[in-house]
Design a protein around this ligand. Structure first.
Ligand code: F6P
Length: 548
């Protein structure tokens, strides 16, 4: 297979990137009154505007040409058709099967995955209804009032982000809490106000081996047994979501209460599976299905829309253009909707764990930048913290601005203030303000020449900073499902364009292994001999302070 840099489209994009260094988006807008129509797409419930990027027709043409040359559509079809595109782990990638609302058969190794998914959904629905309607009782016969989800990474971020985003859709039949950190501070704080008789724990771990999750699960067991005494209480207060039935059963969870996971679902793409149980418990099963419906709509769009009108494809192409070709190495996620306050944390894992790699799927060292680092914060809070950097730093940070036409919690006057900032910021980042305008403005304000000369350079905004705008009708289970699936499919496309294996995460293994050894050393009295001198002395210092 031709390496990406040898493709004719790649070479053309490299030279187009050089040409675009001297182009300002203001001029691109001035030259084309149709630019917004050309570079925006209306999906049901979501408007995607990408006109404020440093692109023109020639760039878009070559980006689309690149899609052809890397056979993107064929890879996409392989994913949906259960081929083993997770090459290093020899697995299919079928999180889309979890929201396959058409229920059409998807066959993997002679088995219909759709049937497995439908069985798992039925299992979830029964359980969710039992808990929410108070039929599921704790060891003392009381109904469950609080759910504590114990999991980390993909077994935490997706469900927690969605729970937060949709909290106004909850009827509060139960209260949902999350514990992910092995720092005992978190579980202590979560459990402190709770009554063990009324708590149900979900131990959410695909592997059921993750140290942090197992440590928290063991602490939760001890907390329960302090009050329940009888070990049989565990079966009434713990359920698991895992692909590792043996470990979950050994932990004391009744086999009937282990919800299925499969090796063809990556952790960071798993909120559509039983990993989403806390979402369904919080909102009710019907609303969980609406979330899946929204994602399914995007999967259909991704498979059917032509590449030039395909939102996830364009999102990935723009990321590639900005990072790999223009050299903008980080990207901000900037929601102007309080409910999306965990979105950037969620997308950090989704994008960076998937595509933060530097070896191609052929095993060759990659010489070009792959994906940007992802970071972000609620837009308004960010404006009063780091937007100075977005507007005037030498480092250009493309941003995704995400907002809603209608607020889920309208308060007179608030939404217009919020959204006026939303629109103003992408405008300011794009247009900027040049020295001539700054000087004229200062003069109009009556400043003398000396002050004008002193202040003018500081008040110049170069502009030309790329942004995408995703404007949703309103946050709802369905629109949120759409939004998440857009990013998931964007990440898939990025992986194909960059030629990286998006569905493994070998980079997290080295640290995990070292931590296991160091933990043994922290617990022993032996002098630590191994490690580099920095690490050895840090451990030595830690142990000596602890001993005194
Ligand atoms: O360490 C990274 C990781 O493997 C993630 O990919 C995953 O989402 C997380 O840990 C949790 O894994 P598990 O669900 O197996 O506990």
């Amino acid at each position: 297979m031709t390496v990406r840099t040898e493709l004719s489209s790649w070479k053309k994009l490299t030279s187009l990137a050089q040409n675009m260094q001297n182009i300002h988006m203001n001029d691109l807008f001035a030259a084309d009154s149709e630019r917004f129509d050309k570079f925006s797409i209306k999906l049901p419930n979501i408007l995607f505007d990408y006109s404020k990027n440093i692109i023109d027709d020639a760039v878009v043409k070559q980006l689309l040409n690149l899609c052809e040359q890397v056979e993107l559509e064929s890879w996409r079809d392989k994913m949906f058709n259960a081929e083993r595109i997770n090459l290093t782990e020899n697995r299919a990638v079928l999180h889309t099967a979890l929201r396959n609302r058409s229920k059409k058969a998807i066959v993997l190794d002679g088995e219909n995955v759709t049937d497995q998914v439908e069985d798992a959904l039925a299992h979830m629905e029964k359980f969710v209804n039992q808990v929410r309607q108070g039929q599921w009782k704790g060891y003392s016969g009381k109904r469950i009032t609080d759910i504590v989800n114990i999991g980390v990474g993909g077994s935490n971020l997706g469900p927690q982000m969605v729970t937060e985003a949709l909290k106004h859709y909850s009827d509060q039949s139960v209260n949902v809490h999350y514990v992910s950190n092995v720092d005992g501070a978190q579980i202590t704080e979560v459990l402190a106000p709770l009554n063990p008789e009324k708590v149900l724990f979900i131990v959410s771990s695909k592997t059921f081996t993750t140290t942090e999750t197992m440590t928290n699960a063991n602490t939760a067991t001890q907390w329960l047994l302090k009050s329940a005494i009888d070990k049989n209480a565990i079966a009434k207060h713990f359920v698991a979501v895992s692909a590792n039935i043996k470990n979950a059963t050994d932990f004391g969870i009744h086999p009937d209460n282990i919800f299925s996971m499969w090796d063809w679902v990556g952790g960071r793409f798993s909120l559509w599976s039983a990993i989403g149980l806390p979402i369904a418990l919080d909102l009710g099963f019907d609303k969980f299905i609406e979330l899946l419906d929204g994602a399914f709509e995007i999967d259909e769009h991704f498979q059917q829309a032509p590449l030039n009108a395909n939102v996830p494809v364009l999102m990935a192409l723009l990321s590639l253009w900005n990072c790999t070709f223009l050299g903008f190495k980080s990207q901000a996620i900037l929601p102007y909707d309080q409910t999306l306050h965990m979105l950037s944390a969620y997308l950090q894992q989704a994008e960076m764990e998937s595509n933060g790699k530097s070896v191609s799927w052929e095993g060759e060292k990659i010489t070009y930048p792959t994906v940007p680092s992802i970071w972000g914060e609620l837009g308004i809070n960010g404006q009063h913290a780091f937007y100075q950097y977005l507007h005037q730093s030498n480092n250009i940070v493309p941003g995704d601005f995400i907002g809603s036409v209608e607020s889920v919690t309208p308060v007179a006057g608030h939404h217009e203030t919020l959204m006026s900032n939303f629109f103003a910021q992408t405008q300011a980042l794009m247009t900027g303000v040049n020295e001539e305008q700054v000087r004229a403005d200062l003069k109009a304000k009556g400043r003398n020449q000396e002050v004008i000369d002193k202040l003018a350079p500081h008040k110049v905004h170069e502009g030309n900073r790329p942004t995408n705008t995703l404007l949703l009708s309103q946050i709802s289970p369905k629109t949120l499902g759409q939004l998440i699936a857009l990013y998931e499919q964007k990440i898939f496309v990025q992986g194909i364009l960059l030629q990286v294996c998006s569905f493994d995460q070998w980079g997290v293994e080295l640290g995990k292994g070292l931590a296991a050894n160091i933990e043994t050393e922290l617990l022993s009295d032996d002098v630590v001999q191994s490690h580099d001198s920095s690490t050895a002395n840090l451990i030595k210092f830690y142990k000596s302070v602890k001993a005194n």
